[in-house]
Design a protein around this ligand. Structure first.
Ligand code: S3P
Length: 180
């Protein structure tokens, strides 16, 4: 599992689709460092995600996300696993930046599983309302075609373990990079 070309694997997908967990799995198998764009945004802003949304609004949060992607491209990051925030594809500019960074994989998870996983914590400002289920469905309707258009590869994750998903990504990534 060592001969991947010097490019990154970029994980996109809805909130709670397993980007961080699968990112950790990939990072362990390939010995590539894991970068999480949410963490980079928090470092850059000097405050938590709920606080950024409360003080500056969603638009400014998206500005931070774009700045973080630009910085990764400027640093010429290679051989990293990049886990992203679920809404990073909302900005057309970011879709292009993600694909410049490497192999973009969309992790698909069912709405019921998203609801189950996200109900466990309150760290996601977009779902802190009276009807998170409705919000999830509305956002999914809007974002699904955007994830599809942004990704090189998509994976239905509901019935797979993290190691199974990671192995699939590594195999398809190897194929992708060898045909560039
Ligand atoms: C968001 C997803 C979150 C975080 C922020 C906004 C979104 O990341 O970036 O709360 O718009 O879907 P996760 O996908 O890691 O939950």
């Amino acid at each position: 599992m060592t001969d991947m070309p010097p490019k990154n694997i970029v994980l996109i997908g809805f909130m709670a689709s397993g980007k961080s967990s699968i990112g950790r799995e990939l990072s362990q198998i390939l010995s590539y460092p894991l970068i999480d764009t949410d963490n980079l945004v928090v470092q850059r802003a000097g405050k938590s995600i709920p606080q950024i949304f409360a003080d500056e609004g969603e638009d400014c949060f998206r500005d931070h996300e774009s700045a973080v992607l630009h910085a990764l491209i400027d640093q010429k990051a290679v051989r990293h696993i990049i886990a992203t925030g679920g809404g990073i594809i909302e900005r057309p500019e970011n879709r292009d930046l993600l694909r410049q960074l490497g192999y973009v994989v969309w992790l698909i998870v069912s709405p019921s599983e998203i609801l189950r996983r996200t109900s466990r914590n309150k760290e996601r400002p977009l779902l802190n309302n009276d009807n998170p289920e409705d919000t999830i469905n509305t956002l999914l309707d809007h974002r699904t075609p955007i994830y599809k258009a942004s990704a090189h590869e998509e994976i239905e994750t509901d019935n797979l373990t993290f190691p199974e998903i990671a192995t699939g990504i590594i195999e398809s990534g190897r194929y992708f990079f060898s045909h560039l």
